[in-house]
Design a binder for this molecule. Structure first.
Ligand code: 3HC
Length: 311
């Protein structure tokens, strides 16, 4: 009986069909999805902080409006993804609790500081660019609700990437100081952007099984390579240099060769010792505390409605 269920499940996945919430699925598949989608959602919510930091100091009303829209989008992405975890039986408040106490992760990239407004452009260009490389394949992930959330998210993500690149194009057409600000931001965000794709495949405990279950459609290194190949020409058009002396086109491979990110730094940041980890988690805890009255009011109202007392 269990073997048949397992065989039918894998047959559905191998036929590139979707697994839906009510379908039988191996416990490990459910656990991996809750882990990945929850941490993806946490990343969207924490990702609001680095950019939110610049909303009150944007250089023009247009830039402020764009940044406001982008940060609101990130909150919405978090919502879709938490909703996707609920179809797997996870409870959102439980996942939030795990984030607040550091039991679940969020993307390492958000533990770096945004020092100038050029960082807002570089985050749009590189961080959202990397997110697109990682998220487009996830539109074909085997779990239905996750794939459908990704389709919606990817549409908004491309706006995020374009606005960042356009912001940088504007600054590169400005003064020498502005050009220096952009280059400084690129120097600080390039390597952390490559780390977003996760550890090298041979140091990734989850990739093999996630590929077999078609949760992942490409490995960490494949997507990292795709991102580098896509980004180098954009950097040339922008007129910035990427801070990697080993970066060069390899005609045989048909890809760019590039240097290795500092994996010790990566694991330190993942473990919580990055430049902004404490600040990001403290901010999220404070927001949770300050929002308690909203949750209590909503629960009290729901209780009254249930007893028909809200009229
Ligand atoms: N930051 C933090 N933790 C990371 C990480 C990163 N950049 N890369 C890997 N890890 C963690 C993994 O979560 C895993 O730990 P866990 O088992 O406790 O969860 C461990 O390091 C080993 O890594 P694996 O490669 O084995 O783990 P995965 O198979 O889960 O692959 C992943 C990691 C590629 C990030 C994958 O989980 C994934 O594709 N997730 C969905 C995409 C996502 O989360 N993107 C976040 C980017 S930010 C964003 O989307 C916001 C946008 O608006 C900018």
């Amino acid at each position: 009986e269990a073997d048949t269920l397992e065989r039918d499940f894998q047959h559905t996945v191998d036929a590139d069909q979707r697994i839906e919430p009510r379908d039988w699925m191996p416990d490990g598949y459910r656990r991996t999805l809750v882990r990945q989608i929850a941490q993806h959602a946490h990343s969207e919510i924490i990702g609001m902080q680095p950019e939110g930091n610049w909303i009150t100091r944007a250089p023009s009303l247009r830039r402020k409006a764009i940044l406001l829209a982008k940060v609101q989008d990130e909150a919405g992405h978090g919502l879709y993804l938490y909703a996707a975890t609920e179809t797997l039986g996870a409870a959102r408040e439980d996942l939030t609790q795990k984030l607040l106490v550091g039991k679940q992760k969020y993307s390492s990239i958000f533990n770096y500081p945004t020092l100038t407004f050029a960082d807002v452009g570089v985050i749009g260009w590189l961080v959202d660019g990397a997110a697109i490389c990682n998220q487009v394949p996830l539109c074909r992930t085997s779990y239905g609700p996750y794939a459908r959330a990704m389709i919606r998210i990817c549409k908004e993500e491309s706006f995020h990437q374009r606005q960042g690149y356009e912001l940088l194009m504007t600054m590169m057409g400005g003064t020498d100081e502005q050009r220096a600000m952009v280059q400084d931001a690129v120097n600080r965000w390039w390597w952390p952007s490559l780390m977003m794709f996760g550890p090298p495949d041979d140091a990734s405990p989850n990739t093999e099984q996630s590929m077999r279950w078609r949760i992942k459609r490409h490995t960490n290194d494949e997507l990292r390579q795709k991102f580098v190949d896509m980004t180098v020409p954009q950097a040339e058009k922008l007129g910035v240099t990427l801070p990697d002396p080993e970066l060069r086109w390899n005609a045989e491979r048909g890809h760019y060769d590039f240097g290795a990110p500092d994996w010790d730094e990566f694991w330190q940041v993942v473990k919580g010792n990055g430049p902004c980890n404490a600040q990001r988690v403290a901010h999220r805890n404070r927001a949770h505390e300050e929002g308690a009255w909203v949750r209590e009011a909503a629960a009290a109202y729901a209780e009254k409605r249930a007893r028909g007392l809200d009229r």
